[in-house]
Write a protein of this length. Structure first.
Length: 207
């Protein structure tokens, strides 16, 4: 986004010093705001005082939040990414120190945002059905990747297979080891695949 819009000035707000690698171009200005936001009350202070004040001071046109939080009192238009509604549907899987805050404020943030971005159509439909938001306010934009990600050549593929799967073809799971990820069904599906293909020793499932 930064590199594609060199004519736009970006203000990168953070609650800690930024590594220089996060300053993606000369049109990015880092701004560290206190306090450090690590749990509910500090999140509220950070967004409702520090962020709101910075947005007003720097006359920001649009505030983009990549992680489902924003200032409820700021008048600046908000574009916000929501990755899922896990805190709403599976609150027991959220650490207790964050649970009440997220359950209380995530619905408020979603309703406050002028535009909500989701990373899948499933999450979009979930938000629309759960919170009854107008469809035009929720848009799916899939995750991207850096230019360094590209298909491997055959020799590179063979090296990866030697390293991770004993030179066998493999399926790869890269998510968290967490109940909501349905890993038990992934393993059942892998067993079913091996049964149906009749070659149980030819594939691996590194997790």
């Amino acid at each position: 986004m930064v590199l594609s819009n060199p004519e736009v000035a970006f203000l990168f707000l953070s609650d800690r010093p930024l590594d220089p690698s996060f300053i993606y171009g000369p049109n990015v200005t880092p701004l560290m705001l206190r306090p450090r936001a690590r749990f509910g009350p500090m999140f509220l202070w950070w967004f409702e005082y520090s962020v709101r004040k910075a947005l007003k001071k720097h006359r920001v046109d649009v505030f983009f939040s990549p992680d489902s939080m924003c200032s409820l009192r700021s008048k600046v238009p908000v574009v916000m990414t929501c990755h899922d509604l896990v805190p709403i549907h599976f609150p027991e899987q959220i650490a207790w120190i964050h649970r009440h805050f997220i359950q209380t404020f995530l619905p408020k943030y979603l309703r406050r945002a002028d535009k909500v971005i989701t990373v899948s159509n499933y999450v979009r439909q979930d938000i629309l059905q759960t919170f009854k938001l107008p469809g035009h306010r929720v848009q799916t934009i899939y995750n991207g990747c850096r230019d360094g990600f590209q298909p491997l050549n055959e020799s590179e593929k063979e090296a990866v297979r030697r390293q991770y799967s004993g030179e066998k073809p493999y399926f790869f799971y890269a998510g968290a080891i967490h109940p909501r990820k349905n890993i038990h069904r992934l393993i059942r599906a892998f067993d079913l695949f091996k049964d149906r293909t009749g070659s149980p020793e030819n594939y691996r499932l590194p997790i």
